[in-house]
Design a protein around this ligand. Structure first.
Ligand code: ZN
Length: 62
């Protein structure tokens, strides 16, 4: 059976940057569809923080 994956005639406004976390062994790093990739982190939270920084969401600390 041939199933069409998904016909989407509408142009969804996909964001220029879409980050995700990738696990590499015991490390975790953030990656973006734009090609950017953060440094390997021991904790996924850190990788997510890198992703947030890349997206421009800077934490306001002081
Ligand atoms: Zn990006």
């Amino acid at each position: 059976m041939h199933q069409d994956p998904s016909d989407s005639p509408v142009h969804s406004p996909a964001p220029a940057h879409s980050t995700t976390t990738v696990e590499r062994g015991s490390f975790c790093l953030a990656r973006c569809v734009c090609g950017w990739s953060g440094p390997a982190r021991r904790a996924r939270d850190r990788a997510r923080a890198d992703a947030r920084e890349h997206l421009g969401e800077r934490e306001q600390d002081g």
